[in-house]
Design a protein around this ligand. Structure first.
Ligand code: SAH
Ligand code: SF4
Length: 402
């Protein structure tokens, strides 16, 4: 199945790897994704002192070590006991692809066979890992390919942290560097709506921000929401990460169509939540994402209305050229219109870069996630149907005497 899928999809530098060749881990407890308290409780349960949790935490999240026998500050006698009961895993990599523009995408196959995608987008002196929070999405934004899938399930905290850890494995970025890092930022902008899986996302981000492990600062983490207003306050108060809001329209009438959660939490409510967002100030502005849809939301009047709406909110804009997908009802705005739109926002005093799509050749750009593997499956089904039809045509009709 896997090799058949790879022949259908052969972009630049595609690598297929098997899920980690660990022994039978089914009966073992996965330590990645446990909070510090949970880790201490697990150790207490096997008769170890809770302070061992600090040592283990260091090995798992600072050193990136998965093999208990290499955890040299832990007594040899304890290695066996740990290995018998626990495992330090990663989501299995079904496929790793590197784009011509050097961005990299992983398709992870989870323990239950579900798949999610993670993308690394390197810049000159830093790079962001774009992480998924759900398999599919329960919201149905009409320009988003993930939105055409149903929500299959929420990811666990371990699966969320695991995406980042696997990305670091891939770049050999262990132990956690204290200075410059290649994988320096996280954006919760992959598949799914992170605020609709808040508990697991919050737990994962706390693990990632913990100063004795991966130690990524909240200033380097951005959570993108389509506007789940009731959880925006909690996100600001409890996590304090940067916020990005998928705005995409300046009227409720249009936003109801593009981002249907708007019917539940209309613009006025959403903008009020942005005004309240605790960590937002001039140094840490909220990002308003705005997908550029030809003839839909890209007029000069839209840009001017946008300026009026955001008055008093510390914002910057991120204009995202629409990435089409098979069957999508929209087109990307013309370059000239996008420039004009950006210029109006700039003249109003706001930063409004037009994002350069990255990783389009490996379908890693915004709104394209999961489409690749779904398309592979669709192509496989189509090929199987064609084979069947061909067989039916070439097989001589059976008679009752045969
Ligand atoms: N669910 C969250 C985060 C994931 S989507 C959210 O909606 O904010 C990350 C960004 O990509 C969002 O701003 C989303 O609106 C945008 N996006 C989705 N589909 C897109 C497409 N086909 N082209 C360009 N941007 C898209
Ligand atoms: Fe879900 Fe975000 Fe896509 Fe909307 S844009 S369907 S919230 S992933």
């Amino acid at each position: 199945m896997k090799s058949a899928m790879s022949t259908l999809h052969t972009p630049e530098q595609t690598a297929e790897t098997s899920p980690p060749a660990s022994a039978d881990t089914s009966a073992k407890i996965e330590l990645v994704g446990l909070s510090r308290d949970e880790l201490a409780a697990e150790l207490t349960a096997i008769g170890e002192k809770p302070f061992r949790a600090k040592q283990l935490w260091h090995w798992i999240y600072h050193q990136g070590e998965r093999d208990f026998s290499r955890m040299t500050t832990i007594s040899k006698a304890m290695h066996g006991a740990l290995a018998e009961k626990f495992t330090v895993g990663r989501p299995g990599i079904a496929r790793e692809q590197t784009s011509e523009d050097t961005s990299r995408k992983w398709l992870f196959r989870l323990d239950d066979g579900n798949e999610v995608e993670t993308v690394f987008i390197p810049e000159e002196d830093r790079g962001a890992v774009c992480i998924s929070s759900q398999v599919g999405c329960s919201l149905t934004c009409t320009f988003c390919h993930t939105g055409t899938m149903k929500l299959v399930r929420n990811l666990t905290a371990g699966e969320i942290v695991g995406q980042f850890m696997a990305a670091r494995d891939s770049y050999g970025e262990w132990p956690s560097p204290t200075g410059d890092r290649l994988l320096s930022n996280i954006v919760m902008m992959g598949m799914g709506e992170p605020l609709l899986n808040y508990e697991a996302v919050a737990k994962a981000l706390r693990i990632i921000m913990d100063g004795e492990g991966i130690a990524l600062s909240k200033r380097r983490i951005t959570l993108s929401t389509s506007g789940v207003v009731p959880l925006m306050d909690r996100c600001g108060e409890e996590l304090g990460v940067n916020l990005a809001v998928s705005l995409h329209a300046v009227s409720d009438e249009l936003r109801d169509v593009l981002v249907p959660i708007n019917k539940k939490h209309p613009l006025k409510e959403l903008l009020a939540a942005c005004r309240r967002y605790p960590s937002a100030n001039n140094a840490r502005r909220i990002t308003f994402e705005y997908v550029m849809l030809k003839g839909v939301n890209d007029s000069e009047a839209d840009a001017r209305e946008l300026l009026r709406l955001v008055k008093g909110i510390p914002v910057k804009f991120n204009l995202i050229p629409f990435n089409p997908w098979p069957g999508s009802a929209y087109e990307c705005s013309n370059a000239k219109d996008m420039k004009k739109f950006a210029a109006i926002l700039n003249d109003g005093g706001f930063s409004a870069p037009i994002r350069v799509p990255r990783g389009r050749d490996i379908l890693a750009a915004c709104g394209q996630l999961k489409s690749a593997s779904e398309r592979d499956v669709a192509a496989l089904r189509e090929a199987a149907r064609a084979r069947k039809a061909e067989q039916a045509n070439t097989t001589p009709e059976r008679t009752t005497t045969e």
